[in-house]
Every structure is written in C-alpha cells, then in structure tokens.
Design a protein around this ligand. Structure first.
Ligand SMILES: [Zn+2]
Length: 119
C-alpha cells in the first residue's frame, strides 16, 4: 500500500461522438498535475477528454472492495433464492457470516490468507 500512497486514479471521458473510446481509467503519479482538463486527450482520437472523477488510490480501493462485496452478495442471493434480487442486497457492506474463501480445488483457504481467517 505504501508504494501507492501518492497515486491517484481518475476517469476521463471522450466527448467525440465519432470516436470509439468512451472512457479510460488512468493512474497518475503526481495528482497535483491533473486539475487542468485541457491536459487530457483521448487516447483513441486525440481530442480533449473530460475529467469525470479523481480519487486517491485508497478511495478507489475502498470503492472496488464495496463493489466486490456487492457482486458476491448478489451472486449468492441469486444462487440461494429463486427470486428477484432486492435492491438492498446491492448495498450490503459485509459478506454473509457463512461465506468463506475456497480454493478452486475445494480447500477452505486462499494463498496468503492467515489460518485464523479460516477458523
Ligand atoms: Zn476519442
């Protein structure tokens, strides 16, 4: 994590309707240099690109974790219930207590996960 403390993540969007690029995610080393939208050009057509958002690396990781938890909860709900998925399942902030990581061979742990996580 400490290697990424100064990295920011941003999303740029191409407004050129003739261009096939919609948006790009960019990791920047010097976040102070990203405020001028004129600096951002679409990698597909070279036209100026709009800056959608900018996040710190940590903010981006937190959003990605939330999204991952949401995807797992939706998949588990779909697997376990033959019903439409309630909207609040998308917003669960924790995995079900019964959930645990499993290797593809069925072993109940992931490489690098301390043994206490599997207790
Ligand atoms: Zn473009």
């Amino acid at each position: 994590m400490s290697n990424h403390v100064h990295i920011h993540v941003l999303e740029i969007y191409c407004r050129n309707t003739q261009c096939n690029v919609r948006q790009c995610e960019v990791l920047v080393k010097n976040p102070g240099d990203v405020e001028d939208p004129a600096e951002w050009k679409c990698p597909g057509c070279g036209e100026p690109a709009a800056l959608h958002w900018k996040r710190t690396f940590q903010e981006q990781r937190e959003i990605e974790l939330k999204n991952a938890i949401s995807l797992v909860n939706v998949a588990l709900y779909a697997r376990d219930f033959d019903a439409l998925i309630p909207a609040d399942v998308l917003c669960y902030e924790e995995l079900p207590a019964s959930w645990k990581a499993v290797r593809s061979n069925g072993e109940p742990e992931l490489p690098g996960v301390p043994a206490k996580e599997n207790a």
